[in-house]
Design a protein around this ligand. Structure first.
Ligand SMILES: NC(=O)C1=CN([C@@H]2O[C@H](COP(=O)(O)OP(=O)(O)OC[C@H]3O[C@@H](n4cnc5c(N)ncnc54)[C@H](O)[C@@H]3O)[C@@H](O)[C@H]2O)C=CC1
Ligand SMILES: O=C(O)C(=O)COP(=O)(O)O
Length: 599
């Protein structure tokens, strides 16, 4: 994976201003060279260095039992605080001291948790699949990445579903309790066979398809309903995908494997139970909330549902007097789907790797609220990511007043097909560039779209497919801001937008166009854009003013449309020129306008 911690892309704060500096925050942040450079104030610098020497490790709060292998991985990189069974208030109190939080299904990560973290919480790791216990909108709004461990417990959950299916059909739990109570009720516990019966799998994802595979091995006829499942996945294991109505009305057994979302909440209710075959048997290893539990009790009482086997409940643990749990035709387990030794070691490693990666600023492969970008794509896109941010920073600083940006058009030109370019990363970085120089919010990949929307900035994206060899993912990126005035009139295109365009040359981002003027400068440090009448001696005049003011020039280029007419001079400077220096540049007679931009 490309080096990312200095990108401040995902989680590292990019605005640790001296005024907001605090010890608590400083110790948890990666200390990049850029970070130190930004700490202008000497006392702050000293404090940061002392803090870093004392303890530069981030803090990870592990709020539920996690496998040892995962804890070991975390401890190599972070201070790990294993505090199980915290009350909601205790969690909220602790969270302001944590950079990452790891939970399973037993902890509710509410909006209040993100609010009370004071911006320090940068990643929530869910050691498992379902993220319905994490307030994703609040996480995104707070720029907090959420990662999960989506693969390591698939087999455990599917095995548990099969265990419940077989145990239910042969009354294992009830018969076991009866024998232990001293009874011998062979006639009472006559079961039903599975072979030849129709099993409807609802939610044909990772767990659902493994359940289907196993059920076929038991001789069942398996159908599945999943509006988003690819047909070839079903075909590969000879499972027929059907409509929801068909699945529930033809099934002898139904096994639930969809996530809990607003769309699946109480998907099984009085109406759906009424459409089922009388005597249907239901297994739920997904989430309690997908069933209206009171309706299920009614369906069990009326005999529509002959039996249910449930691992999950709307409220966990369920109330002691729950009619559903106590129902004689119901078999229950306390959310054990993922609880095998193997699965718990697996999810612990999977989530620990994701959390550590995220704390290092890498893009997580299991991100739930941010784009997942494969490492190979990322390394190719890296210089364009920098280019995108710089173009955004430049464009917004050309706006008169700075903050009235509402309508932005981004054009990506590439010789590759439009489907080969995932622009979410680039868009996020343009947004970061557009917003950060004119506000105090920090923008990252997680909250970029949200922040743009919240500020009423509309980003329209266009792709131009160019002829030629598609070696590079992109030829150029163009950023246009409409309906604004510019403090540098030459940056306006003929159609009235501020327009800047850039390319990557030798792996470095370059500015190649400002308004209608072609330029060619490396986008680093700070630049002065200066429109002048093209004439000899201009470079010398401006250069000597900067020299006299002790400002080091890193480059100078002149872009012009016609010789001896107007030209745009671009000057790269290592230091910020004083007001006096800028005033003197403005007073050079051939200079018509100029602007200083920090990149
Ligand atoms: N009891 C336990 O310990 C465990 C429970 N789970 C639960 O199982 C669920 C599924 O896990 P995976 O298979 O790993 O996730 P997955 O994301 O691979 O599969 C979920 C499938 O549900 C489908 N789906 C979404 N909305 C649907 C709808 N309205 N109707 C039908 N299908 C719909 C999706 O298209 C997807 O294919 C998780 O969300 C989690 O809640 C997972 C692991 C352990
Ligand atoms: O992975 C899931 O979705 C699960 O439901 C497993 O939950 P758990 O981690 O065992 O609390």
């Amino acid at each position: 994976m490309a080096a990312t911690s200095s990108w401040n892309l995902l989680i590292t704060p990019n605005k640790p201003t001296t005024s907001s500096f605090s010890w608590k925050h400083s110790v948890s942040y990666p200390f990049t060279t850029a970070y130190f450079r930004r700490c202008q104030n000497r006392t702050t610098k000293r404090l940061v260095i002392v803090a870093a020497m004392l303890d530069a490790k981030p803090t990870v709060l592990v709020a539920e039992k996690l496998g040892d292998a995962g804890l070991e991985l975390l401890r190599k990189f972070a201070n790990v605080d294993c505090s199980y069974n915290l009350s909601p208030e205790e969690l909220c109190t602790k969270i302001s001291l944590c950079d990452a939080l790891i939970v399973r299904s037993g902890t509710k990560v509410t909006r209040e948790v993100f609010e009370r973290s004071g911006g320090r919480l940068k990643v929530v790791g869910r050691a498992g699949v379902g993220i319905d216990n994490v307030d994703l909108s609040a996480a995104t709004e707070h720029g907090c990445l959420v990662v999960n461990a989506p693969t390591a417990n698939t087999i455990a959950a599917s095995e548990h579903a099969i265990a419940l299916l077989t145990a239910m059909s042969r009354n294992i739990a009830q018969a076991d309790a009866s024998v232990k109570a001293g009874k011998w009720q062979r006639n009472k516990y006559v079961g039903v066979s599975l072979v030849g019966k129709i099993l409807a799998v609802i939610g044909f994802g990772k767990v659902g398809s493994e359940v289907a595979r196993r059920a076929k091995g038991l001789g069942m006829q398996v159908i599945a309903h999943d509006p988003y499942a690819p047909a070839d996945r079903a075909r590969a294991i000879s499972v027929e995908l059907t409509s929801f109505e068909e699945a529930i009305s033809s099934a002898d057994f139904i096994s639930l494997h969809m996530p809990l979302t607003p769309a699946t909440s109480k998907m099984f209710n009085d109406e759906t139970f009424s459409k089922m075959k009388k005597g249907v048997r239901i297994v739920n290893v997904a989430r309690g909330g997908v069933i209206d539990e009171e309706a299920l009790v009614r369906a069990l009482d009326s005999g529509i549902v002959a039996q249910a086997a449930l691992d999950v409940f709307t409220e966990e643990p369920p109330p002691k007097d729950s009619k559903l749990v106590l129902h004689e035709n119901v078999t229950v387990t306390p959310h054990l789907g993922a609880s095998t030794a193997e699965a718990q070691e697996g999810v612990a490693i999977e989530v620990a790797e994701a959390v550590v990666g995220a704390l290092k600023g890498e893009l997580a492969a299991t991100a739930v609220n941010a784009p997942m970008v494969p490492a190979q794509v990322l390394s190719e896109l890296a210089p364009f990511v920098t280019l995108a941010e710089k173009l955004g920073r430049l464009a917004v600083q050309l706006v008169a007043g700075g903050s009235g940006v509402k309508s932005v058009k981004v054009t990506y030109a590439s010789a590759r097909g439009p489907d080969d370019l995932d622009t979410r990363l680039l868009r996020a970085m343009i947004i970061k560039g557009l917003i950060e120089p004119v506000s105090s919010v920090f923008v990252n990949l997680v909250n970029a779209d949200f922040t743009a929307k919240q500020r009423g900035i509309r980003i329209a994206e266009e792709r131009i497919v160019l002829d030629g060899s598609p070696e590079s993912p992109l030829e150029f990126i163009q950023v246009q801001i409409a309906n604004v005035e510019s403090k540098f009139a030459s940056a306006m295109s003929e159609s009235g937008e501020i327009k800047v365009e850039g390319r990557v040359k030798d792996g470095k981002p370059h500015l190649t166009m400002v308004g209608s003027f072609g330029v060619d400068v490396s986008l680093e440090g700070s630049i002065i854009l200066c429109r002048q009448v093209d004439q000899p001696g201009m470079i010398g005049k401006v250069g000597s003013i900067l020299g006299e003011e002790n400002v080091n020039i890193s480059f100078m280029t002149v872009g012009r449309i016609t010789p001896r007419k107007q030209a745009v001079m671009t000057i790269g400077v290592d230091e910020e020129p004083s007001k006096q220096a800028l005033k003197r540049i403005g007073e050079v007679s051939a200079v018509e306008e100029f602007v200083f931009v920090k990149l």
